[in-house]
Structure formats: structure tokens, C-alpha cells
Design a protein around this ligand. Structure first.
Ligand code: C2O
Ligand code: CU
Ligand code: CU
Length: 528
């Protein structure tokens, strides 16, 4: 038993590296367990959850089990529905909470490297946000406690140690965090079991069924692209459904792959929610584009199909030089011999994501939902800097991805990255591409901001051909609250955001996890 565990651990270290070299461990005096001062005097939490990051062996493919790193959860207090495991999956349990609830999460790190959990999209105090400066070593723990302030919606959690986020998410560390609120509860939207999570990820496996992460610098510059598509941690995923309306909560939990989702029947996609919760009203599109970190809530009535089986597809698209990169991806250029049989699945390839088998049954006509939610849309005049937006230029400088020419510094922050609590600002993200071989530096960057939810004001296209605009622009859902937005090469976009919750040091970064790990991440400070 002991021997086996050691072997597992050695294998993992061989596969994923120890990562220890990336931490300036000595210079960081991090308390092993932190509870914010202000929370200690408040009321007792409504929900208490224990989450552990552990090694697991999971039967994923025929043959040997796959070694993963996974979150295991235990509900210590609160309603049973607060913690729902995704059976048989390497993904962590889904956390369900209500707006206004007080939540305590006791995290213990049992993987052989530093880690910390970040609640992607949640509005929490800075020391509860899982900033890399709070990463704890193996055996360490960190206690989170916060009030749920977000609108009802689909959020998620994943590790955020600097330099190792990509590999840790890849190894299996991720889970959904769903917030409910009274406004949504009053709506006529489908509820469990007609409300289902769909977490899409790509992976690659070796002959022994073990996860293979990237190995060359070139691969890291582009971002990891796997050749197998998994949904909710399963290959060739399918779901048997009733001929009724469903709510599908889709998360792109991939490191760098972008999906262009559509029904194989040509039925329009109906989107009802984005990163930060429900839209004002449903939108109907030929397809939706979902980049890493983004969520989209879809509504679909399986009773509307004549077929008894429908597929969710990812359609082909071409961004920048990715088409050209096709025949000579970094993998092929850098390696004489392919690592494994099978062709790589390039960015923009088309493939099925999952299948739905529709059970026979009584069908009734269900109109797609109309009004969904009420919120105020920011106008330009709300922003204190509407004439001079704060500009952030995302670029590849040689082998270094940068934001305004800078890379991540653990606690570094500049005056240009300092904002005032209780103000609304206009931020502009610019994809400046970069110089390099065959334009391979022209890459999409899914831009993510911690600590707030923003609204998209507009997108500008400076280079149509490069941006892949024609093949993607009908699939953006820009009407709701967002925390992650796809910034195509040759484009810029403006977002409005209000710093209305907590002061402190928060992150903004590219959610291509390889770019993030390479330093395309910065702090910004909200001054009180
Ligand atoms: Cu999804 Cu900074 O993270
Ligand atoms: Cu985040
Ligand atoms: Cu990027």
C-alpha cells in the first residue's frame, strides 16, 4: 500500500514536474491557515465545506487507471444540496450556495507542490481570492470564509499558484461553484434534474493511459491543446434526456482551447446566461464561442427535435496564423518523432463535444424563456475615465507574453494599475500580437479580471483577416456580466466595471493557462 502510494507520487512528479523551483519559498512568510480578521467576529457560517486536493486513480480509458489530482469534498455543515459530487469524474464536487449565505471552506493541500484555490468570478475579499501569494505547500491548509455576494450564476474554482496553474488544472483540479438567488428561483427556468453541468476540457493520454502535458517551449507559447475531448471528466460523453426543456451550464475548463458550440441539427443556440449570471433576455445565435474560463448557460427544449439523438459540436474556425500553424504546429516542428499516434487536434478543428439521446415521451410546446433578469447596464457616462480608458496591451514579446510590457510580479503593482473603490471605470484591452515566426505570436487571449464582474462596451477590429472575425463574431454573447472575455488578435475591446465590493490587491490575466503561467498576469489594486 505504502509502496504503491510512493510510486504514484513519483510517477506524478515525473509527469508534472515538482514545480518547487518556481516558488521563492524562503521569501514568503505565508500563514498556514488564515481567516480574515473581520470575519472572525461575524455570525457562524451557513455552509462549511472541507476540500482536499489529492492524488487519485480513475478508470477513464480501457486498461490502466489514470493518475489525476482532484478535489475531494466533505460537507461539514449546511443543506445536503450544498455539495454534489460529479460521480466517477476527476473533477471536484459542485458547490451550490445561495446569495447572502456565509460560507467557510477549509482547504488542505495534499498534492506534492504548492497550491491555493481561487473562486473564479466570485466577489470576495482579497485574502479569500486565492491569490498566488497565499499558496500553501504540501500538507498546508487555508481557510476561506466569505459572504456570497454574486448574482445567481455558474462560477468555478481551480488552483492559482504562480507558474503551476496550467499543470494543476490539467491534472484535474477544478470544480463548479453555482450560486442561486431569489430572482432566479422565481423564473421558470428548468431545475435539477433538468439543470445540468457541462464542463468541457481537452486532454492527451499516453499508451499507459496517463495524462500527457506539454513538453516544449513552443507548445507552451501556443498553449496546451489535447487530442481528446472530455465532458464532466468523461470521454465520449453522452446524456440521456427527456423531451423537455433543459438548462445546460457550460464551462470551458480547458487550458487554451476555444470552442465554437453548435447543435448538429442547425437549431439555433439559445443563451440565457454568461459568466456573471442571467441575461436580461435570451439570445439566439447560430453558434456560441467559449474561450478558457468562460461560462455560458444554454436553454434547449429536447422536445423540439425530430431526431432521437443530437450532438453538440465544436465548429471549425481560423484565428490568426493558426490555420497555417496547422501543418507545422510547435509539436511537429520541435520533435522529429511524434509523441504518440494520432494527429494533434489543432485550435479551430471541428469535432463532436457530446451527444444527447432523447428518450421517447410526451412532448409539449415550450416557448423559450423571455424576460430573465433585471440589472442596470453601465453607460459610458458612469465611468470616471470614459474619455481616457485605462489601456492594457496584451502582446507576445519574443518568448515572453506581456501586459503593457510587464510580466507578473507576486505583489508588484503600478500606479497605472491602481483604482479607487466605489468608482466605475472603462478599461480597454488591446491584442497587439507580436513579432515571431510566421505570425505565431498572433494569438487569442481570454482576458480575465478578478474581484469584479464587468460589462462589455464594444469591440473594435483592426485586422479582420488576422482576428478570425468572420468565423467567430456571430458567437459572442456580450450582453451580460462577464469576468472573462476573448480578445482576438488584431482586435481591441472596451469593458466597464465597478469596483464596488472590496478593496485590495487582485489579479487580471490571460486565461490561456500557459500564457498565465508564463507571466501574462498582473496585479491591480483597489484603494479604499
Ligand atoms: Cu480562473 Cu485568475 O482565474
Ligand atoms: Cu478568476
Ligand atoms: Cu494569452
Amino acid at each position: 500500500m505504502e509502496e504503491r502510494a510512493l510510486l504514484t507520487r513519483r510517477e506524478l512528479i515525473r509527469r508534472f514536474g515538482t514545480g518547487a523551483f518556481l516558488f521563492f519559498a524562503s521569501s514568503l512568510a505565508i500563514p498556514r491557515s488564515v481567516i480574515a480578521q473581520e470575519t472572525q467576529t461575524r455570525q457562524e457560517p451557513d455552509v462549511i465545506i472541507r476540500l482536499r486536493a489529492v492524488e487519485r486513480r480513475i478508470p477513464l480509458l480501457e486498461g490502466p487507471h489514470t493518475v489525476t489530482w482532484s478535489y475531494e469534498g466533505e460537507l461539514l455543515r449546511g443543506p445536503r444540496e450544498s455539495l454534489i459530487p460529479l460521480e466517477g469524474s476527476y473533477l471536484g464536487p459542485t458547490i451550490h450556495v445561495w446569495r447572502g449565505q456565509r460560507v467557510r471552506i477549509i482547504y488542505t493541500n495534499q498534492i506534492p507542490e504548492h497550491s491555493i484555490i481561487h473562486w473564479h468570478g466570485l466577489l470576495v475579499p482579497e485574502e479569500m481570492d486565492g491569490h498566488p501569494r497565499y499558496a500553501v505547500p504540501e500538507g498546508g491548509s487555508y481557510t476561506y470564509e466569505f459572504e456570497v455576494k454574486n448574482r445567481a450564476g455558474t462560477y468555478w474554482y481551480h488552483p492559482h499558484p504562480h507558474g503551476r496553474t496550467g499543470v494543476q488544472v490539467y491534472a484535474g483540479l477544478a470544480g463548479l461553484y453555482i450560486v442561486h438567488d431569489p430572482e432566479e428561483a422565481r423564473s421558470i427556468l428548468p431545475t435539477v434534474p433538468y439543470d445540468v453541468p457541462i464542463v468541457i476540457q481537452d486532454r492527451s493520454f499516453d499508451e499507459l493511459n496517463q495524462l500527457v502535458y506539454l513538453s516544449t517551449m513552443m507548445e507552451q507559447m501556443i498553449g496546451f491543446l489535447g487530442d481528446r475531448i472530455l465532458v464532466n471528466g468523461r470521454l465520449d460523453h453522452f446524456l440521456s434526456v427527456d423531451p423537455k426543456p433543459y438548462r445546460l451550464r457550460v464551462l470551458n475548463g480547458s487550458n487554451s482551447r476555444i470552442y465554437k458550440l453548435a447543435w448538429d441539427t442547425g437549431t439555433p443556440i439559445t443563451a440565457i446566461g454568461t459568466d456573471g449570471g442571467l441575461l436580461e433576455k435570451a439570445v439566439h445565435l447560430p453558434y456560441v464561442v467559449l474561450s478558457p474560463g468562460e461560462r455560458i448557460d444554454l436553454w434547449i427544449d429536447f422536445g423540439d427535435f425530430m431526431e432521437d439523438k443530437v450532438k453538440l459540436l465544436s465548429l471549425p474556425f481560423s484565428i490568426g496564423a493558426s490555420g497555417m500553424m496547422g501543418e507545422m504546429s510547435g509539436r511537429d516542428m520541435m520533435r522529429a518523432e511524434p509523441r504518440r499516434p494520432g494527429s494533434p487536434l489543432l485550435q479551430g478543428s471541428s469535432f463532436p463535444v457530446m451527444s444527447f439521446f432523447i428518450r421517447p415521451g410526451k412532448k409539449a410546446a415550450h416557448a423559450p424563456p423571455g424576460h430573465l433578469s433585471s440589472f442596470r447596464r453601465y453607460s459610458l457616462s458612469d465611468a470616471i475615465n470614459s474619455r481616457t480608458p485605462r489601456r492594457f496591451i496584451f502582446a507576445m514579446q519574443g518568448m515572453r507574453p506581456t501586459i503593457n510590457g510587464r510580466q507578473f510580479e507576486l505583489t508588484g503593482v503600478t500606479p497605472e494599475e491602481t483604482v479607487q473603490l466605489n468608482t466605475t471605470e472603462l478599461w480597454e484591452f488591446v491584442n497587439a500580437g507580436g513579432m515571431g515566426m510566421m505570425g505565431m505570436m498572433q494569438q487569442p487571449h481570454p482576458v480575465h479580471v478578478h474581484g469584479i464582474q464587468f460589462q462589455i462596451v464594444d469591440r473594435q477590429v483592426h485586422n479582420r483577416a488576422l482576428s478570425g472575425w468572420e468565423s467567430l463574431n456571430e458567437g459572442f454573447v456580450d450582453q451580460g456580466f462577464k469576468d472573462t472575455v476573448l480578445l482576438l488578435p488584431g482586435t481591441a475591446l472596451r469593458v466597464a466595471m465597478r469596483f464596488g465590493d472590496y478593496p485590495g490587491l487582485f489579479l487580471y490575466h490571460c486565461h490561456n493557462l500557459e500564457h498565465e503561467d508564463l507571466g501574462m498576469m498582473r496585479n491591480y489594486r483597489i484603494k479604499s
